[in-house]
Design a binder for this molecule. Structure first.
Ligand code: PLP
Length: 462
């Protein structure tokens, strides 16, 4: 039997829209000429790129000559920030950003900081919002630029407001926004919002992956990124990704034209999901209750690592993601959730379910059925409660400590070693055979089972 898949990770990437695919196909097949070629086939490709530029510009209230195509949001962010830093390095060496930016901005600004700039990272409130007054106070005579994301990718809070741009403009400071999660989902007008530079990414609004764009207002000079054949008006050399650019424009056009309708539908699905998930004990909503992106429902669950929940949901065919990064087996708390004031242990237990117009109410009910499900037998509940209590008291690795101390025992005599192996296997079986009962119990059993699996691997090597 094939597993029913529910894709609820649209903030990571989404499926290519039919409109985008349709628009791209000719440029992947018959219309393959280089847009820099002077013969008619080449001129056709050039026309397609320039038409796409006009479409992208009109979607955000810009002029076509203010749009530069890139390979995605990361490149657009890097290019914007590095270019601004280079431009101001002799006169102004102060930058303002927020503490919840995507790593494409955080890490780039970190590098710029190392070269002698001072970076002020504005704090956020419990919902992930910045204070405009604090932003204004942070602006100094030597502030070169401000970079504030339009909407957060982990908790969905919308940060962009016309006030940020107008305050920056009043003080003569350039304003960049990473609008990767916002473009195509909420209305954005760069002129009305006094935005000087904006980064966007195709695959976040059902365009192809590896495509993006940087908007740069005419008077905020942009330094060249790639040197070479002089494409993108000499600012970004390299043969254009014609099919990708055409697909990005088609997807954006479709998203903008249907924004109201899609947003109403996706918001209703998101709100139903939030309402259902919040019925589970020890779960909290993260991000702003109202000022949030249509598709993002994000939570923290007490005492369970985000990664364990993601694996548990995957076991039942649900694609979700966690704000915490799991590197070399250790769970790191999300910088976004820490910035909203959540304690580290809670911040490690984040889970993000992000919906799009491709999702149905059946998808939402299926997620809720898996997460809420029926209660497990009393014995299992008791075991889970003990694990939970252990984890709460001793921290997340309590279960692993327990298992590792059993491992030491296992060296003592082989019957204990075999007994412990049998215990581990039994636990794994309980996990794998358990009917969905609750995100809590199931993820807890997954946590333990994965710790046990690690122990198993080690004991087999010893
Ligand atoms: N900025 C934000 C807010 C994002 O969410 C992402 C991707 O998730 C990026 C930048 C990077 O975009 P890309 O994947 O197109 O490089």
């Amino acid at each position: 039997m094939t597993k029913q898949i529910v894709y609820a990770d649209n903030a990571a990437t989404c499926a290519l829209s039919e409109k985008a695919l349709e628009a791209m196909l000719p440029y992947l097949k018959a219309e393959y000429a280089n847009p820099s070629s002077v013969y008619s086939l080449g001129r056709d490709s050039r026309r397609a790129v320039e038409k796409a530029r006009e479409t992208v510009a009109s979607a955000i209230g810009a002029l076509p000559e203010e749009i530069f195509f890139t390979s995605g949001g990361t490149e657009a962010d890097n290019w914007a920030l590095k270019s601004l830093a280079k431009r101001f390095e002799r006169e102004k060496r102060h930058i303002i950003t927020t503490s919840i930016e995507h790593h494409a901005v955080l890490n780039t600004l970190g590098r710029i900081e190392e070269s002698g700039f001072e970076v002020t990272r504005l704090g956020v409130n419990e919902f992930g919002q910045i204070s405009i007054d604090e932003l204004c106070c942070a602006i100094r005579g030597d502030t070169a630029f401000i970079s504030v994301m339009a909407a957060n990718n982990e908790i969905g809070t919308i940060l962009l407001s016309p006030e940020i741009g107008s305050r920056a403009r009043e003080r003569g400071v350039i304003f960049h926004t990473d609008a990767v999660q916002a473009v195509g989902h909420i209305p954005i007008d760069v002129r009305a919002m006094n935005i000087d530079l904006l980064s966007l990414s195709g695959h976040k609004f059902r365009g192809p992956k590896g495509t993006g764009a940087l908007f740069v207002r005419r008077d905020s000079a942009l330094l060249p990124d790639m040197l070479g054949g002089g494409q993108e008006r000499g600012k970004r050399s390299g043969t254009e990704n014609v099919a990708g650019i055409v697909g990005l424009a088609a997807a954006l056009d479709d998203s903008v034209k249907n924004m109201k309708k899609n947003s109403e539908r996706v918001c209703a699905l998101r709100d139903r999901l939030i309402e259902g998930v919040l019925k589970i004990p020890r779960v909290r909503l993260t991000g702003h209750p109202v000022k949030r992106l249509p598709g993002i429902a994000s939570f923290v669950v007490e005492c369970i690592e985000g990664e364990s929940m993601v694996m548990m949901l995957d076991h039942y065919g649900i694609c979700a993601s966690s704000g915490s990064a799991c590197s070399s087996g250790s769970q790191e708390a999300s910088h976004v959730l820490l910035a909203t004031g959540l304690p580290e242990q809670l911040a490690r237990g984040s889970i993000r379910l992000s919906l799009s117009e491709d999702n149905s109410s059946e998808d939402v009910e299926r997620i809720l059925q898996i997460c809420q499900g029926r209660r497990p037998p009393a014995g299992i509940v008791a075991i889970m409660e003990i694990i939970r209590a252990l984890k709460c008291i001793f921290g997340f690795s309590a279960a692993s400590y327990f298992i590792f101390s059993v491992r030491r025992l296992a060296f003592v005599s082989s019957p204990i070693r075999w007994l412990s192996k049998a215990f581990c296997m039994a636990l794994l079986c309980v996990h794998l055979s358990s009917r969905p009962f609750s995100i809590y119990g199931s993820a807890a059993s997954y946590c333990l089972a994965s710790a046990v699996a690690k122990y198993q691997a080690i004991i087999m090597l010893t």
